[in-house]
Design a protein around this ligand. Structure first.
Ligand code: HEC
Length: 172
C-alpha cells in the first residue's frame, strides 16, 4: 500500500499544534491593557470617576473614561470629588499607585478619603494594580482636573450628593 504524505502531515500538525500553543502562551493570555480594562470595568471605577457613566449604560467612548467628576460626595469627611485619573497618572508613578492601593500609603495630594471604596481595593494584587495603571496611562491625558476638596462645614460651589443616613420618622 502506498504511503500518503498528506495524511501524515495532518497527523503531525494535530500533534504539534498544542505543543506550539503551549510554548507560546501569550497567544491566548489577555494583554495587560485588556486586563486593565476589565478590572476598571468590573471594579466600578467609571461609576464615580466618569461623568454620565451610569446614564449612558456604560456606553461612553474611551475618550471620556475616568476624566473625573464635577459632582461632589459630601459626608462627615467634607466634600470630595472623584479625581481625573487620566491626569493623575501623568504625575503619580506606578510605584506610588501600587503603594497607595496595596500598602495604604497616601500621597500628600491624595489623602485617600471616602467614598472611594479603598477597603475593597486594598485586596487587589500588585499585578492587577499595575494592569489598571497601565490601562489608564495608555488612554492618555484628557479632560480637566476635578474640583478641589472642600473641608467639613464649608459649602461647595458645585452640585454634590449628601451621604448622610436618614432616620424615618416614627409612625404614631
Ligand atoms: C464610590 C465612588 C468611587 C469609586 C467606585 C472609585 N473611586 Fe476613586 N475616588 C473617588 C473619590 C470621591 C476620590 C477623591 C478622594 C479624596 O479626595 O481623597 C477618589 C480618588 C481616587 C484616587 C486618588 C487618591 C485620593 O485619595 O485622592 C485614585 C488613584 C482613584 N480614586 C482610583 C480609582 C480606581 C482605580 C477605581 C476603580 C478600581 C476607583 N477609584 C473607584 C471615588 C470613587
Amino acid at each position: 500500500m502506498k504511503k500518503n504524505p498528506v495524511w501524515k502531515a495532518v497527523v503531525f500538525w494535530l500533534m504539534a499544534t498544542p505543543v506550539a500553543l503551549g510554548a507560546t502562551p501569550h497567544v491566548w493570555a489577555p494583554t495587560v491593557t485588556q486586563a486593565g480594562r476589565y478590572l476598571v470595568l468590573a471594579g466600578g471605577c467609571n461609576d464615580c470617576h466618569t461623568p454620565g457613566w451610569e446614564r449612558s449604560g456604560g456606553k461612553l467612548p474611551w475618550s471620556q473614561w475616568l476624566t473625573g467628576s464635577p459632582v461632589g460626595f459630601q459626608g462627615p469627611w467634607g466634600t470630595t470629588y472623584a479625581h481625573n485619573l487620566r491626569l493623575l497618572v501623568q504625575h503619580v508613578s506606578e510605584r506610588q499607585w501600587v503603594a497607595m492601593f496595596k500598602y495604604k500609603t497616601p500621597l500628600p495630594a491624595y489623602p485617600m478619603r471616602p467614598p472611594m471604596p479603598w477597603v475593597n481595593y486594598h485586596q487587589l494584587s500588585v499585578r492587577d494594580l499595575r494592569a489598571i495603571y497601565a490601562f489608564i496611562k495608555g488612554l492618555g491625558p484628557a479632560g480637566r482636573p476635578a474640583p478641589s476638596y472642600v473641608p467639613p462645614g464649608q459649602t461647595p460651589k458645585t452640585p454634590y450628593i449628601v451621604f448622610v443616613p436618614q432616620q424615618p420618622k416614627s409612625v404614631p
